[in-house]
Every structure is written in C-alpha cells, then in structure tokens.
Design a protein around this ligand. Structure first.
Ligand code: C2E
Ligand code: MG
Ligand code: MG
Ligand code: MG
Length: 285
C-alpha cells in the first residue's frame, strides 16, 4: 500500500511495474543463500507497559547483512520475498531464531514474550500451525511466550481462511496481534470475530499525534474501540516522552518505539533488560 520506489544498494526500481527484473531475481537468489549461510540476524525491540512498570517482551525484526550490498532493510527484501515461496523458509528461520533467543532469556529467568511477524502467505500456509508447534517444542518454549503479529492487510487478503488459521494458532495458546492497525480496510464486525489479544496502532498515526489533531483522534478512537472489544492496545512509533505521556493519559496499554528502545542485537537487548533502563521511564509517581 506504500507506493514508493524501493532502493537496494545502488539499484533503483519501481516495484509496481517490474516484479521479476533480473536484479530482483538476483536478490532473491542471494536471499535463498543468505538463509543457508548465516547472513541473517534478528534485532529485538522492546514493548513496555505504558506506565513504564514492566516489560511485556520483544518484537523480533529481521536484518540482512548482504556480503556485497551491506545491510538491506526488511522493507526492501520482505515485500519481494512475499511474492515468492522464499517467504516460507524465511519465516521459519525467524521463528526458529526468535524462539531460540526466547528460550535463552527464559532460561536466565527473564520472563519475556517474543513477537514474530507473519506474512499473508505464511498465514494461508496449511503447514504453518504444525511448524509453529514443532518449533515451540524444539526450543521448549511455552506457546504463550510466542506472539504472532499479522497485519490487517494480510488478514483481509482472504478473511475466511485467515480466520481459520488464526483460530488454529490461537488454540495452541499463542498470542496474536493485529499489526499496523488503521492502515488497512478491515471492518469492525470482522475484527470482533478474530481471536486476537492486541491491536498495534500503526506508527504513522502515533509519530505526529501531538501536532496533528486528526492523528490524535484516530489514536484515541482506536484505543477506545480496542478496549470496547476487550482488546489490549500497543502504540508503535513512540519517539518521545511527550508522546508516551499522552498515550498514558489516553489509557493506552503498551508502547513501543525509539524513545523506549530501538531494535537491538540480542546482546544489547539482554543488557537493556538487566540494566532495567526501561524502569527510568516510570510515569507514575
Ligand atoms: P513492523 O512489524 O510494523 O515493525 C515496526 C517497524 O517500525 C520496524 O522497522 C521498527 O524498527 C520501526 N520502528 C520501531 N519504533 C519506531 C519509532 O519510534 N519510529 C519509527 N519511525 N520507526 C520505528 P523495520 O525493522 O525496518 O521493519 C519494517 C517492517 O518489515 C516491519 O514492520 C514488518 O512489517 C517487516 N518485518 C520485519 N521483520 C520481519 C520478519 O521477520 N517477517 C516479516 N514477515 N516481516 C518483517
Ligand atoms: Mg510488527
Ligand atoms: Mg507494526
Ligand atoms: Mg508498522
């Protein structure tokens, strides 16, 4: 839905026009190799309770260190992978690495939940529920310590099948959240039927909410809507203390953003947890 020109290193192209240029095919071949050859890694971004009293967990965000092009952001290779079968092994890699890390944290007494982003194709994949179950078992991670983030647009791509898939994953005990909420076209009647715990308000509304009255109205109504449906709300894109305080005043439940913590390597995330940096965000006195 974001019609912009993507750039990969020196390469520029308009994705709407050429899905299968040689450059894109080459990048996908490289990505296939990256999965096998350890060029991928996860960064972890914290989600805290909006009053700063505790941390809910981390979102795993994929990073690719390409041997020639350097770091390629997910916004450049994930949409491309989503148009191919590669998104399957890619997501399995992320799930496996995220649950391995979750296990290490929990083994060290840090009771955190780790969230993984799923794509449309993953959601509609018959195998996904079994695969999630197997990965949880392999790492001896309880299902409730995994959260899956699914965008509104992924769900709306095939609402009926999405609902079935979500129900099966939810039955395992996995937490579900709707990502980038507000950017898609779901109806309230439909959202109400989904077995999800949380709505994540898209960062595009949160970032400017102090200056843009429309954005503030959207954020406020989304929080009220979610609460009326019995859901928790996470605000993405919390870049300042002023926004965090505003969200607190609005009754938002959780917050995520650069002000709280950037996506970090696993080592930095572990230190961030142990140093208790988040507790200095305390709003209640
Ligand atoms: P998302 O799931 O909505 O993740 C949030 C994105 O916003 C992340 O970008 C994060 O670094 C960024 N962000 C966090 N806090 C702030 C803030 O305060 N201000 C601003 N401006 N941005 C903030 P990132 O890591 O580049 O990921 C972009 C998107 O790529 C993600 O959006 C998600 O849709 C996708 N993605 C990332 N990793 C994966 C993955 O493993 N699988 C799938 N399917 N998608 C992924
Ligand atoms: Mg997400
Ligand atoms: Mg999001
Ligand atoms: Mg987003």
């Amino acid at each position: 839905y974001r019609a912009k020109t993507e750039s990969i290193g020196m390469l520029e192209y308009a994705p709407a026009f050429d899905k299968h240029t040689p450059k894109r095919l080459a990048l996908m071949t490289d990505l296939g190799r990256a999965i096998r050859e350890d060029q991928l890694l996860l960064h972890f971004q914290p989600k805290i309770d909006v009053n700063g009293r505790f941390i809910h967990g981390f979102e795993a965000l994929l990073r690719w260190e390409h041997p020639q092009h350097g770091a390629i952001p997910p916004s450049e290779f994930i949409p491309l992978a989503e148009t191919t079968e590669l998104i399957r092994p890619l997501t399995l890699w992320v799930l496996d690495a995220a649950m391995a890390q979750c296990r290490r944290w929990r083994g060290a007494g840090l009771n955190v939940r780790v969230a993984v982003n799923l794509s449309t194709r993953n959601l509609l994949d018959d195998q996904i529920v079994n695969q999630v179950e197997r990965i949880l078992a392999n790492h001896q991670v309880p299902a409730h310590a995994l959260e899956l983030e699914i965008t509104e647009s992924a769900i709306m791509a095939d609402p009926k099948r999405a609902l079935e898939a979500l129900e099966r994953v939810h039955a395992l005990g996995v937490h579900l959240s709707i990502d980038d909420f507000g950017t898609g076209y779901s109806s309230l009647a439909y959202i109400k039927r989904l077995p999800v715990e949380t709505l994540k308000i898209d960062y595009s509304f949160v970032i400017d909410m102090l200056e843009d009255e429309q954005d503030e109205i959207i954020v406020r109504s989304t929080i009220n809507l979610a609460h009326n449906l019995g859901l928790k709300v996470v605000a993405e894109g919390v870049e300042s203390r002023a926004i965090l305080e505003k969200l607190y005043g609005m009754g938002c439940d959780q917050a995520q953003g650069y002000y709280i913590g950037r996506p970090m390597t696993e080592a930095d995330a572990g230190q961030w947890l142990r140093r208790g940096e988040w507790s200095s965000l305390h709003l209640l006195t």
